[in-house]
Design a protein around this ligand. Structure first.
Ligand code: GAR
Length: 195
């Protein structure tokens, strides 16, 4: 069984979607959820679905405590689903090419420090973009700069608000993130947005 740990800092709707997707899988399971926020709604979602969720203050993500926790639980893959902190080098070295992130825009555009959640959609609308989308990528030691695994696009209308764009992007996230993880972990051909 390949055990996934999900890192999330906020609502956790992607975390919930991924937990549900793998709930009855024979070879992959979501073992636990980690958050750097005690008040993150993701804890409620995980509890409801019977998945342990743990709060670690930021320093524990950086000082090796989280790495040790994951190794002790036999975690084989880490999914960042709305996780707002930079992943420290030690964790990346402990899980080489085994940490993926979802970014709510078409990287390399609208990535980097401070570009997360609603800030991304506000920037997309302010720039008058005609499209946005999602990027699923490996983590490296720069913000949003690891190797891209998958992208999917959505149209942005001139009248769209940042909330409208967020809704379209979330829809893409729910549709694609679990199956991209599935392909990676089961070494299946990668899905494509025209599939
Ligand atoms: C998602 O849209 C995700 O792409 C974004 O945060 C949101 C979390 O929503 N991640 C980032 O901005 C990372 N830079 P959720 O908590 O409901 O899954």
């Amino acid at each position: 069984m390949i055990k996934i740990a999900i890192f999330a800092s906020g609502s956790g709707s992607n975390a919930e979607n991924i937990i549900r997707y793998f709930a009855n899988d024979d070879t992959v399971c979501v073992d636990c959820v980690l958050s750097n926020r005690l008040d993150a709604f993701v804890h409620e979602r995980a509890k409801k679905l019977g998945v342990p969720s743990v709060y670690f203050p930021k320093r524990f993500f950086d000082d090796g405590s989280v790495t040790a926790f994951l190794q002790a639980r036999g975690i084989g893959f880490v999914v960042l689903a709305g996780y707002m902190l930079k992943v420290c080098d030690g964790l990346i070295e402990a899980f080489p090419n085994k940490i993926v992130n979802i970014h709510p825009a078409l990287l390399p555009k609208f990535g980097g420090k401070g570009m997360h959640g609603s800030h991304v959609h506000e920037a997309v609308v302010a720039a008058g973009e005609k499209e946005s989308g999602i990027t699923i990528h490996y983590i490296n030691n720069e913000y949003d700069a690891g190797q891209i695994i998958f992208q999917a696009h959505c149209a942005v209308a001139p009248t769209d608000t940042p909330d409208d764009v967020a809704a379209k992007v979330h829809e893409l996230e729910y549709r694609w993130f679990p199956s991209v993880i599935d392909c990676l972990l089961k070494q299946k051909p990668m899905v494509h947005e025209n599939d």
